[in-house]
Design a binder for this molecule. Structure first.
Ligand code: 0L1
Ligand code: MG
Length: 263
């Protein structure tokens, strides 16, 4: 059940997207509309996506967030959420991230999937995801909540496109049948020091479960994950704060490494 009018959805979408594009803090949307629910929040997120499409921005994929215990504990929330990836979020492996385009970035080590067949919920499970997966690859997501100090509630963060801002993909890919994703070790280094460690199973027991959850959530709206979709499945560890001058490197067993410099 939604509580906002179309005009209110449009107003919040303009407000949050402007904060994203201008790298400035936003007031929590629930401060303005305390009765907003999940349906309203996704309506705002979809309106932000439409604003970008209308300007010629292409969609590059989808992301699932808050999928690990470490992330849920870090943010004090209990439910995974999803968001979209726009083309300009993509940055090359080993490249620079312009820190002044962001508010207070954090990095997350993730396993990314690319599908080769559509997935439509309900009823999608790990097995159907693996059968529909073309390949997986290592990724770092750079999140940048528009809310001050990353303090938000679930409704506010969904409206803010799940804090999405940039991502970097590694160049080494693997077929899902060739690796044991649950047991893949993940090491994140900042300026050469290990800051986080984890294993693939931290993401809902298996990273493919995150894709299944996404297909089932989208299925509730009558939508599917089309073939050829890139999906970031969520941080394996807690997110790590980065500052201008930092170098980040993430190594994922059997999938190689991915790195970037915050300039
Ligand atoms: O990708 C994520 O897990 C982030 C989701 C949004 C919550 C946050 O900003 O930490
Ligand atoms: Mg993430």
């Amino acid at each position: 059940m939604s509580t906002l009018t179309q005009d209110q959805v449009a107003e919040l979408a303009e407000y949050l997207e402007t904060c994203e594009l201008e790298a400035k803090d936003a007031q929590k949307v629930t401060d303005r509309y305390p009765d907003m629910d999940f349906e309203d929040a996704y309506a705002v997120q979809y309106a932000i996506r439409q604003r970008k499409l209308d300007r010629g921005t292409r969609m590059a994929g989808l992301k699932v967030g808050l999928t690990s215990r470490a992330k849920m504990k870090q943010m004090g929330v209990e439910t995974p959420i999803y968001g979209f990836l726009a083309d300009y979020f993509d940055r090359p492996d080993g490249g620079d991230i312009e820190t002044d385009q962001l508010i207070h970035p954090k990095v997350e080590a993730e396993i990314a999937f690319v599908t080769k067949a559509p997935l439509k919920g309900p009823g999608v499970q790990v097995g159907s995801v693996l059968a529909a997966t073309d390949f997986v690859l290592p990724a770092v997501e750079i999140i940048d909540s528009r809310y001050e100090n990353f303090r938000f509630d679930l409704v506010s963060v969904i409206a803010d496109n799940a804090s999405s801002s940039r991502y970097v993909l590694g160049t080494q890919v693997a077929r899902p049948q060739d690796i044991d994703m649950r047991h893949l070790g993940v090491v994140m280094e900042r300026n050469g020091e290990i800051v986080e460690l984890g294993a693939g199973a931290a993401v809902l027991g298996h990273p493919a479960a995150s894709v299944a959850l996404l297909a089932n959530m989208l299925g509730q709206r009558g939508e599917e994950i089309p073939a050829g979709t890139l999906i970031l499945t969520g941080g394996v560890t807690a997110a790590v704060t980065v500052n201008q001058g930092d170098n980040v490197n993430v190594r994922i067993q059997d999938l190689g490494s991915v790195g970037m410099r915050f300039v």
